[in-house]
Design a protein around this ligand. Sequence first.
Ligand SMILES: *[C@@H]1O[C@H](CO)[C@@H](O)[C@H](O)[C@H]1NC(C)=O
Ligand SMILES: *[C@@H]1O[C@H](CO)[C@@H](O)[C@H](O)[C@H]1NC(C)=O
Ligand SMILES: [Cu+2]
Length: 181
Amino acid sequence: MERNHHLAMPWMVILSAILIVPSSLAATYNVGDNLGWATPTGGDPYAIWASQHTFVVGDALVFNFISGSHTVANVTRSAFDSCNTGNPLSIQTNSPANFTINTIGRHYFICTILNHCSLNQKLTITARANTNNAPSPTSPPGSPSPSSPPMKSSVGAPDMGAITIFMLIFIGLLVHFTMSS
Ligand SMILES: *[C@@H]1O[C@H](CO)[C@@H](O)[C@H](O)[C@H]1NC(C)=O
Ligand SMILES: *[C@@H]1O[C@H](CO)[C@@H](O)[C@H](O)[C@H]1NC(C)=O
Ligand SMILES: [Cu+2]
């Protein structure tokens, strides 16, 4: 029946969304999306990009760029702020550069070529604990606790995955009753 067919549609979309969005499994992100890892021509696109995502330990950041034209260096906060390219903690020079976030807290990345960092080719992200995680592969056996304690406890923090699923179900009900009335 035509009518029932229409009512089933929103539910199929919602079901797919629930299946596609696991609550906080480790994910791989393409930094800057379509912009890739490039020297901005204005503004601070990587700050905007970072603010649009939430990161957990275990996530991977993939930087796409033209090898030779850019680099990705993991640096300290002070090197990030001052764009000091002299002594990075680690650096990847070939695209795609792939950094797995292994520790809770803030991470700082800059391009070390010319003045690119000063033109905001820099990215900082904050990683939270991965609540749905299997045992962390980064803690060596017998170590009592993760290497860097979180500044704020994540205990009791709402689970974004669960909230997303409840929102989707709510929207589904709304659409369902709107369409059937
Ligand atoms: C980056 O590393 C993650 C985690 O190891 C992996 O799942 C992903 O496929 C890698 N991506 C690229 C482009 O190398
Ligand atoms: C950056 O380097 C610091 C210090 O070695 C390390 O704790 C952190 O996990 C590194 N971050 C990434 C993304 O590699
Ligand atoms: Cu660059």
